[in-house]
Ligand binder design. Structure first.
Ligand code: FES
Ligand SMILES: [Fe+2]
Length: 364
């Protein structure tokens, strides 16, 4: 396996390999399910070097397919999001596909070679979990659970609290997209440790004092969340909740912060009155788009008087602090001395685990 030299964070070649072997072979979270609400609704995403369409059909299920016409290879759709209506029609020669990607119409079909009618769109695997859309370019991918369960077990042990938050029922109430000028691995290496929290995150440390101790929640003891500050009754800038505790959160977690990292592209925070989900969308060796979404109970989200601002701010400020640091590491990564400028505290043990995970995935 190559060493963790600076070019792994800066070169297009390294990014292309990761794109093919990690983003192109893993389950990737690409959107909230509500982004594809109705029969005919679609989104288009770039993944592992491919353009992919995700379409909801009439039974409510999602279909995933490569965005390439099986006639002469034109991209079918250039919009990021929209509605196909009843079918997907290539505007070049008029081949038409159903919402499940099956070829349903070909002009002068009797003049085309036998077997033409079987040229359905290439499908990709798609599933929904926690109210999010997850895609795997491999049509025969093993289930998403095989990817996430080991990470969940590793973090939460036997005490997995995820179900208590009923995330799939919650509504996206606030969304922020960050354009971070740093390699996606630098972001994970940052989230993988809390040695920086005391220096960089006064707001987060005020809300959850455990972060001051170097071990946050993702590097702290397995299974344990972190208690909110003594005087706090909610996770927010003010220390007050912005909404009632979610209905199934047990009493012992009414003042607990949980965090989990689901490599390669999702991080989730569970706090008593909401859930924060962040997905990384790697754009290039030195660019990562990050989409952060704050999810609240529908009763709260639908109240026109509701404002999540106090809760949004504490993580938004923290995210920006993190991304500033990541961008400075990215700048450093271009130096010839980057490779020998790395030393790790005990708080940073997960960086090594993350790198081993990346290396294991890069193997052919
Ligand atoms: S390329 Fe799509 S119909 Fe010809
Ligand atoms: Fe941080």
């Amino acid at each position: 396996m190559p060493l963790w030299t600076s070019d792994r964070y800066t070169s297009q070649e390294a990014f292309d390999l990761e794109s093919q072997r990690i983003f192109g072979r893993s389950w990737m979270c690409v959107a909230h399910s509500s982004d594809i609400p109705n029969a005919g609704s679609f989104i288009r995403v770039e993944l592992g070097g491919e353009s992919v369409l995700l379409v909801r059909n009439r039974s409510g299920a999602l279909a995933g397919m490569l965005n390439i016409c099986r006639h002469r290879g034109a991209q079918l759709c250039l919009e990021d999001q929209g509605d196909f209506g009843k079918s997907i029609r290539c505007s070049y020669h008029g081949w038409t596909y159903g919402l499940d990607g099956r070829l349903v119409g070909v002009p002068w079909r009797d003049k085309l070679p036998p077997g033409t009618g079987d040229r359905h769109l290439h499908s990709v695997s798609v599933t929904e979990w926690l109210g999010y859309v997850w895609v795997n370019l491999d049509e025969k991918a093993s289930p998403l659970s095989e990817q996430v369960d080991p990470l969940i077990r590793d973090r939460f042990g036997e005490t997995n609290p995820i179900a208590h938050y009923e995330t799939e029922r919650l509504k996206v109430t606030h969304k922020i997209t960050y354009d971070v000028r740093a390699n996606w691995k630098i972001l994970w290496e940052n989230f993988d440790e809390c040695y920086h929290c005391l220096t960089m995150h006064p707001e987060l440390c005020a809300a959850v004092p455990q972060f001051r101790g170097g071990y946050g929640t993702v590097t702290g003891p397995q299974g344990l969340g972190a208690p909110l500050a003594d005087e706090a009754t909610g996770f927010s800038m003010s220390g007050r909740p912005v909404a009632p505790t979610l209905p199934k959160v047990p009493a012992e977690d009414e003042r607990t912060f949980y965090g989990i990292l689901l490599w390669p592209n999702v991080s989730i925070v569970f706090v008593p009155d909401h859930v924060f989900c962040m997905r990384l969308e790697p754009q290039g060796p030195d660019r990562t788009r990050v989409v952060g979404e704050w999810l609240f109970h529908p009763d709260v989200a639908d109240d026109p008087m509701f404002s999540p601002e106090d809760a949004v701010k504490v993580l938004d400020v923290t995210n920006r602090e993190d991304f500033d640091a990541c961008e400075r590491v990215q700048l450093g990564a271009h130096s010839r001395s980057f490779d020998d400028s790395q030393v790790y505290s005990p708080f940073e043990h997960r960086i090594d685990e993350f790198r081993s995970w990346v290396d294991a995935n890069l193997v052919q």
